[in-house]
Each structure stands twice: as structure tokens, then as C-alpha cells.
Design a binder for this molecule. Structure first.
Ligand SMILES: Nc1nc2c(ncn2[C@@H]2O[C@H](COP(=O)(O)OP(=O)(O)OP(=O)(O)O)[C@@H](O)[C@H]2O)c(=O)[nH]1
Ligand SMILES: [Mg+2]
Length: 245
């Protein structure tokens, strides 16, 4: 539950995102109206990302030499000072201008997490295979954990710092985002969504390995359910909400 914004910590993992990182930082600096800090967690990029970040003088830069999306975010979150954490990619695919909206919704709904869903994006910018994979993962997650999410793979979220400090997250790569949802469901935390727009990547290479990540994500979903507390909490959530679907 988050009733007040003390500070928003925007945590951005970067691995070779020199083409988009400057605009990302400038947009966040300009459009986020809450007190904020921007934390960049870089895994030793070789394309000039680090130099660009330093030149802006607007961020805390953390070098995390270990590779992995999950490791980078965990390091960023550990170092965040704000009571609300925003996680977002550096590649300019998410709408940074919507950060305030995520935070506003968090306050309105007394939510522990707000996800920006790309499923109502009028431009339909998500690739077809990513869309299919996302749908399969999200439906499986919603079914097992009795949730109503439409985009479980969104990497653009507002998160209560207190809530995330209260759960154990171990995944090192892309399954981290799903593990977070499982742990939040386990604690009975309130997760809501707001629609956002999405853009295709315009610079550099994707770090997503669809097959490897797909297996890791489904394994995380099935493994997470083999836990007595998770089963109990999700079953009672289902009983309470079964007629709302
Ligand atoms: N520090 C760090 N950042 C990473 C690592 N892997 C990915 N990232 C960053 O995490 C974010 C998400 O990675 P992406 O490659 O955009 O993955 P995606 O969003 O699933 O794929 P796209 O469709 O290409 O956007 C980006 O900002 C990456 O630069 C890593 O090993 N270390
Ligand atoms: Mg991305």
C-alpha cells in the first residue's frame, strides 16, 4: 500500500543502449513531476552508453559487471532510495511520459504494483511472436495465480519499495519480471494495470532470447505454484473473485 510519494526511483538496466539512453533520461527528467532519482545499472556496455550517462549529470550510475536483466534490476532496486520504484527499459520502446500516470494510479488504487500494459496499444507495435508468447505466459500466470493481468511481460512498472523488499527474488534474467508477479501474488499484494503505448526498438540488438527465456519463464510459473502458501493465497483470491471475470 502506498499513500504518499516521498521519492520515485527510476531504475533502468542498460546493456549497449547508446542510441536511446540520452533521450530516455531527458524525457524522464522533463516529464516526471514527483521528486525523483534516476538509477542506471550498466553491465559494462561497449557502445558509449556509460559515457553518455555520465555526461548527462542527471543519474546515479551503477556498474554491475554480472550479466542478466534480473541481476541488473535487483542491484538497482537494492540501491534505490525512493519509496516508489519505476522499472523501465532504456531502449525507448516504453512511453516514459507515462511514469506519472503509473504513480498516480498507484495512489488512487492503493496498489503495490502498477503495470503498464501494451495490449491496448493502438499502434500494435509488439511483434506477432512476442505477442503470442506473451499471451500464452500471461494466460498461464493468470490461471494459476488467480490474477487479471493482460501483459505479464511488461517491463514498465511502478512498484512499492516496501513490498518488493518483503519478497525474495532470485531470477537472474528475463524470468525476473514473472518471478516478481508470483511473489506479489503469494503475498496477496494488489496489482493493477494502466494502458500504455509501445514502440519497436530502433537501435541496437534485443537481449531477449525468446526460446531460452520462454522455458525459464514457464518453469518459474510452475515452480512458483508448488508452494503451500502460494496455493492457499491464490485459491482464496480465486474464491473471492471468481464471479468478477
Ligand atoms: N545491465 C544490464 N542490462 C540489461 C541486460 N540485458 C538486458 N538489459 C537491459 O534490459 C532492458 C530490456 O532488454 P531488451 O533487450 O530491451 O529486452 P526486451 O524488451 O524483451 O526486447 P526488445 O523487444 O528488443 O525491447 C534494456 O534496457 C536492456 O539494455 C544485462 O545483462 N545487463
Ligand atoms: Mg526492450
Amino acid at each position: 500500500m502506498t499513500s504518499k510519494v516521498e521519492m520515485v526511483s527510476v531504475v533502468i538496466p542498460t546493456l549497449n543502449e547508446a542510441g536511446t539512453i540520452k533521450e530516455a533520461i531527458d524525457t524522464i527528467e522533463r516529464y516526471v513531476t514527483y521528486p525523483k532519482e534516476i538509477i542506471i545499472v550498466d553491465s559494462n556496455s561497449t557502445d558509449g552508453t556509460i559515457e553518455i550517462v555520465k555526461d548527462t549529470n542527471l543519474c546515479r550510475l551503477i556498474i554491475e559487471p554480472r550479466r542478466g536483466y534480473g541481476i541488473a534490476l535487483r542491484t538497482g532496486i537494492k540501491n534505490a532510495k525512493g519509496n516508489i520504484i519505476i522499472m523501465v527499459d532504456a531502449d525507448g520502446t516504453y512511453e516514459f511520459k507515462h511514469i506519472d500516470q503509473l504513480v498516480n494510479r498507484m495512489l488512487e488504487k492503493d496498489a503495490d504494483m502498477v503495470l503498464a500494459t501494451r495490449m491496448y496499444d493502438p499502434n500494435k507495435a509488439m511483434g506477432f511472436l512476442n505477442f503470442l508468447g506473451n499471451k500464452a505466459i500471461t494466460l498461464t500466470y493468470d490461471f494459476f495465480y488467480s490474477q487479471f493481468l493482460s501483459d505479464s511481460q511488461s517491463g514498465f512498472r511502478a512498484i512499492s519499495h516496501k513490498a518488493i523488499d518483503n519478497v525474495t527474488l532470485k531470477e537472474t534474467d528475463m524470468a525476473f519480471a514473472t518471478e516478481m508477479l508470483i511473489q506479489f501474488a503469494r503475498e496477496g499484494y494488489n496489482m493493477v494495470e494502466i494502458p500504455t503505448t509501445y514502440k519497436p526498438r530502433t537501435y541496437g540488438k534485443t537481449k531477449l532470447k525468446p526460446f531460452k527465456s520462454g522455458i525459464e519463464i514457464f518453469t518459474t510459473i510452475f515452480k512458483g505454484f508448488l508452494d503451500a502458501k502460494t496455493f492457499r493465497v491464490c485459491y482464496s483470491h480465486w474464491k473471492k473473485n471468481r464471479f468478477k471475470r
